[in-house]
Design a protein around this ligand. Structure first.
Ligand code: DQA
Length: 139
């Protein structure tokens, strides 16, 4: 069974309550429950933190043993050299995801420290972005 982790960055714990016009009205926990049922051929886990260093610790912890990381670094996408370096350092493939289409939003969201070292990038499909990323691990 492939081991895949979804890592979510700052403010994504507020999904469902946070700017629903952009991020939707479903909580991540509800979405994740449905995802684990639908894709029960994967060993799926989820980690969320609002703290940059905790995200880096988790990437390092799973980065040499998991089959893949689905990463929504949220606002740190646009600022974090440290998370970008962590992705460079590990062996597990990383799929960068975003719920919103960051290219149709403010210019500061067009910059990503993740993309250059990600295996691929999926954005703009709402929570389905995570599901599409997961499907990329079906062989
Ligand atoms: C986001 C886009 C980021 O620009 C923003 O800071 C987020 C969420 C997304 O999933 O659309 O927090 O990563």
């Amino acid at each position: 069974m492939k081991k895949i982790i979804i890592i979510n960055g700052p403010n994504l714990n507020l999904l469902g309550k946070r700017e629903p016009g952009i991020y939707g009205s479903k909580s991540f926990d509800d979405f994740f429950k449905d995802l684990t049922v639908k894709y029960n051929s994967f060993e799926l886990s989820h980690f969320q933190s609002n703290i940059e260093g905790e995200l880096i610790d988790k990437i390092q912890e799973v980065g040499f043993s998991y089959d893949g990381i689905i990463l929504n670094a949220a606002a740190y996408t646009h600022t974090s050299v440290g998370i970008g370096d962590a992705i460079k350092a590990i062996e597990a493939p990383v799929i960068e995801v975003h719920i919103s289409n960051t290219y149709s939003r403010e210019e500061f969201r067009h910059q990503s420290y993740i993309s250059a070292n990600a295996k691929g990038v999926i954005l703009g499909f709402g929570l389905q972005s995570y599901e599409l990323a997961l499907q990329s691990f079906i062989s």
